[in-house]
Design a protein around this ligand. Structure first.
Ligand code: ADP
Length: 232
């Protein structure tokens, strides 16, 4: 399972980019040689693969897909010393972890759309990928705090007008949003678990987006992708 971990501020455009990446990867998988898994331990299966077997299966995992509410991240109302005991966020992480592990294999590309704002959590995910001898990368969605805030404010307004619709555009409460921005632990390409690190910003156009996706594809599925050993 090459694992693509998205990371970014709340309402910074992560799901939008995750869907674009999913469509891009689907297109690349359809166009890549069938049944010829690049590296990472699946080479033995090529003798039995038919020409119609795609080299990879593709998965998009997100809070919305797992019905995880924005409210689970809300620590703003808790006293500081109880923060590490936020059971709902821990449960949410366990659900995400379980969903990722269920599809873990060198033949599955997983796009993990979410805040992924805690570096220890990204470390844990990268270790899991390594255990399965498959690469992990981070795609950081860059967006100014003001831009991201205005998206959440617009959603709050719509939500107030329409009531709780339960649609995919659930806003964060203002305090929750502010607190998440405060807690955000920016990916650091100098660390093993945050590298390779790719980045897209709000204003990146289609050509730039594709150029970044091309590089990301090379890292997770290209012929020269790095071999992953569990105890490296
Ligand atoms: P997140 O997943 O980070 O909460 P979304 O992807 O849901 O953010 O995006 C929030 C809103 O901003 C959506 O209405 C989306 O259409 C819009 N949006 C996201 N990224 C861009 C972008 N690069 N350019 C213009 N609008 C965007």
């Amino acid at each position: 399972m090459p694992l693509v971990i998205l990371s970014g501020l709340p309402t910074s455009g992560k799901s939008t980019r995750a869907k674009q990446l999913y469509d891009y990867l689907a297109e690349r998988i359809a166009g890549s040689p069938s049944g010829t898994e690049a590296q990472g331990g699946a080479a033995a299966s090529t003798t039995t693969a038919t020409t119609t077997t795609p080299a990879y299966r593709l998965h998009l995992i997100s809070d919305d897909a797992l019905s995880i509410s924005r409210a689970v991240y809300d620590l703003s109302a808790l006293p500081a010393h109880t923060r590490s005991a936020n059971a709902s966020e821990k449960d949410a992480r366990a659900a995400i972890y379980g969903a990722v592990k269920r599809v873990l294999s060198p033949r599955d590309i997983v796009v993990l759309d979410g805040l992924n704002y805690i570096k220890g959590w990204r470390y844990q995910l990268a270790c899991e990928a390594k255990n399965f001898r498959t690469p992990s990368v981070v795609l950081q969605i860059g967006c100014s705090v003001d831009q991201a805030r205005s998206v959440n404010e617009a959603r709050l307004q719509r939500h107030a007008q329409q009531g709780e619709t339960g649609d995919a555009e659930e806003p964060y409460s203002v305090a929750n949003w502010d607190n998440l921005v405060f807690r955000y632990e920016e990916p650091n390409p100098m660390t093993r678990w945050d590298s390779p690190l790719f980045a897209l910003t709000w204003d990146d156009d289609a050509a730039q987006t594709r150029a970044v996706f091309d590089k990301l594809w090379e890292a997770v599925a290209g012929e020269n992708r790095k071999e992953v050993r569990p105890n490296q």
